[in-house]
Design a protein around this ligand. Structure first.
Ligand SMILES: Nc1nc2c(ncn2[C@@H]2O[C@H](COP(=O)(O)OP(=O)(O)O)[C@@H](O)[C@H]2O)c(=O)[nH]1
Ligand SMILES: [Mg+2]
Length: 187
């Protein structure tokens, strides 16, 4: 990840292949800068950072591969997560965990999230935002849906102090209009 340039906001997107990470990155940047997968193909094979300027602020988005597809040994996973975290000057302001809201959150997804948290450390939680994707396929009200989520997803939402959003646009709005601090975009 490149170094901070004054007002830049760094956003890291993580999660399972097919959960819409690259699409989310493109929404945030408002440009098609990340290749979006089709069918079962997982296009994102390595971490990539793209940026765009908005209201005088640089938004830097890092798209990542699915750790469970791309890496097989614990040390490979540790090295990748440490790369994502960077050093204190370059650590992302927000970590968006892409979770589909139209299908069940799986134990496998939870396990990989826990692994990331263990390597990154507790500091991950204050940067964490659950970015629900596939909102267009969800016909129930999200608030209602969240009342019935599984224990694993509840635990992730707890870690994120209930910072979640369906489109990510609001999150970015707060970043560029506010003081670069993470706030609950749902209030
Ligand atoms: N219906 C719908 N499809 C989506 C959404 N986000 C992504 N997709 C589709 O899901 C597939 C995987 O998306 P991609 O962004 O590559 O996911 P990634 O593997 O997590 O990077 C692509 O066919 C996208 O067009 C969404 O919010 N709604
Ligand atoms: Mg991708």
């Amino acid at each position: 990840m490149s170094s901070n340039q004054g007002h830049s906001t760094r956003i890291l997107i993580i999660g399972k292949t097919g959960n819409g990470k690259s699409s989310l990155g493109n929404i945030i940047l408002r440009q098609k800068m990340f290749a979006v997968g089709t069918g079962m193909a997982c296009t994102t094979v390595s971490t990539a950072t793209r940026s765009s300027a908005r209201n005088g602020r640089i938004i830097e988005v890092t798209d990542t591969p699915d750790l469970s597809n791309q890496y097989h040994t614990v040390s490979e996973i540790q090295a990748e997560v440490k790369k994502w975290k960077g050093d204190p000057e370059t650590t992302p302001d927000a970590v968006l965990l892409a979770v589909r809201c139209d299908v069940r959150y799986t134990a496998e997804e939870f396990a990989i999230y826990q692994q990331v948290k263990e390597i990154w450390g507790r500091d991950l939680c204050r940067r964490l935002v659950v970015a629900f994707t596939f909102g267009d396929r969800q016909d129930r009200d999200l608030g209602e849906e969240l009342g019935t989520v599984c224990r694993e997803l509840n635990s992730v939402l707890n870690d994120a102090s209930d910072k979640f959003d369906v489109t990510s646009r609001l999150i970015i709005y707060y970043f560029i209009s506010g003081s670069n601090k993470l706030v609950n975009t749902n209030t």
